[in-house]
Design a protein around this ligand. Structure first.
Ligand code: CS2
Length: 425
């Protein structure tokens, strides 16, 4: 850990929500850009900050192709803090040298409330207030890197709601909020990852990251101030409007992921490559893709190329992407990935593949809870209360209410029927 930025650095980037994804994607691109000082903050658990600090903040990145691995040591982080160190965050945001904040706080992080102990957005609001009070004139950009439609706008709304009036007025003149589409499949690292990093590089790494070769980052070109030259990294582009890129990725990649995460486990498999190779799960993915594609105003050849590349990525036999990873936080993901397509198609009758994704979720959480397992979700307690309900319609109604679906919605009956048709082992 270096205590001060190198004198040649162009600015400081603060990252909120340091985890595997950010280390494979956002921070990797920042490393390629070079010349920036980087401070990172964890999510709820402080473990990642402790682990980073124990090894000089460097980490190994294993890029796992279908045939082989490439290993690189990423030396981009200068300081790592637990989320609870709000003083450090406030100090760094109030420093004019800080020009960019990137966020990977997950979908649920944007609705985590107003308590700084619980919410990264609330902590950021404290930092911005301090920056105004310090009289900093340099613009700062807040860059959302989470899987949400219009993630910049979602961030802006969540944040502005937490600001005092003076900071709100100051915000417009000093803060840019940037939407981005992020993409790099990053499974949980397996036990052999540390051994591989040590063998290839000699670096003793307790927290290596495993990721795929593919990487894409589409960034809204809306910075008044300084930013890292991210376009130096492969797969990065700056564009005027991110929305269509985001919808394409959310509905085709993440939508299929969510369907496979639940339908795959209900059918008895554990990984994405197994789910896409399962003929009945695969048929559901095809249906979901057809439905999602019809909502995207993009040329068919472009969509064909995109789904073909997704198929290849999903089939990567060495990535070992666990379905349980993707199954987390269903109540925050389904309303973004599946429900808008069902609505835009004109209802559940017109979207059987998307209905299957929702039904696979209700079936999977029901099975999990009844088997005595915990479901990782911001609404875990309500899921645990609904899953044991014996009457299927009542149970599905209670579960879908957690997605914001009304009890009178035809989706309830469609899900009850679809649960019965899901492939089982
Ligand atoms: C996955 C994503 O966890 C999930 O829900 O769908 O993490 C996915 O792997 C990434 O968005 C890929 O870019």
């Amino acid at each position: 850990m270096t205590s001060s930025a190198a004198s040649t650095d162009e600015g400081r980037l603060v990252h909120l929500g340091i985890g595997n994804f950010a280390r494979a994607h956002t921070l990797h691109a920042t490393a390629v850009a070079g010349s920036w000082s980087v401070a990172v903050f964890t999510g709820r658990s402080a473990a990642m900050a402790d682990a980073l600090n124990a090894q000089g903040c460097d980490y190994g990145l294993i890029v796992r192709g279908a045939e082989d691995d490439a290993v690189e040591i990423i030396d981009v982080i200068d300081e790592a803090h637990p989320a609870a160190d709000v003083d450090a965050l406030v100090r760094l945001i109030a420093d004019p040298f800080t020009a960019v904040v990137t966020l990977t706080i997950t979908e649920k992080g944007y609705s985590a409330g107003s308590d700084p102990a619980e919410s990264a957005v609330a902590r950021l609001a404290l930092g911005l207030k301090a920056r105004r009070e310090a009289g900093v004139e340099e613009p700062i950009a807040l860059v959302s890197c989470d899987n949400l439609t219009g993630n910049g706008e979602v961030l802006r709304e969540a944040l502005v709601a937490l600001l005092d009036e003076e900071t709100r007025t100051w915000f417009e003149g000093h803060v840019d909020v940037v939407s981005t589409m992020v993409d790099r499949i990053t499974p949980s690292a397996d036990e052999g990852a540390s051994v591989l990093v040590a063998e290839r590089t000699g670096f003793a790494d307790a927290i290596p990251v495993v990721t795929e070769p593919f990487s894409e980052w589409v960034i809204q070109d809306a910075f008044r101030g300084r930013r890292p030259a991210w376009e130096k990294a492969d797969g990065v582009q700056l564009v005027e409007d991110v929305e269509l890129h985001e919808l394409r990725k959310l509905r085709l990649l993440n939508g299929a992921h969510t369907l496979m995460a639940y339908a795959g486990q209900v059918a008895g498999v554990e990984r994405i490559d197994q789910a896409i190779a399962h003929s009945e799960v695969r048929a559901l993915v095809n249906a979901l893709w057809d439905e999602a594609r019809s909502t995207l105003p993009l040329p068919p050849e472009q969509l064909d190329a995109y789904t073909a590349s997704l198929e290849e990525r999903f089939r990567n036999p060495r990535l070992a992407d666990q379905l349980i990873r993707i199954a987390a936080d269903g109540t925050a993901k389904l309303p973004v990935r599946a429900l808008p397509v069902i609505a835009e198609r004109g209802g559940p009758d017109q979207a059987p593949g998307e209905v299957a994704a929702v039904a696979a979720w209700t079936a999977w959480v029901t099975d999990r809870v009844r088997a005595g397992h915990e479901v990782q979700d911001p609404q875990a307690a309500a899921i645990a209360a609904a899953a044991p309900i014996q009457d299927a319609t009542e149970r599905v109604t209670a579960l879908l209410a957690l997605l914001g679906v009304d009890s009178a919605d035809p989706l309830v009956a469609a899900v009850v029927a679809e649960e019965q048709r899901l492939p089982r082992p």
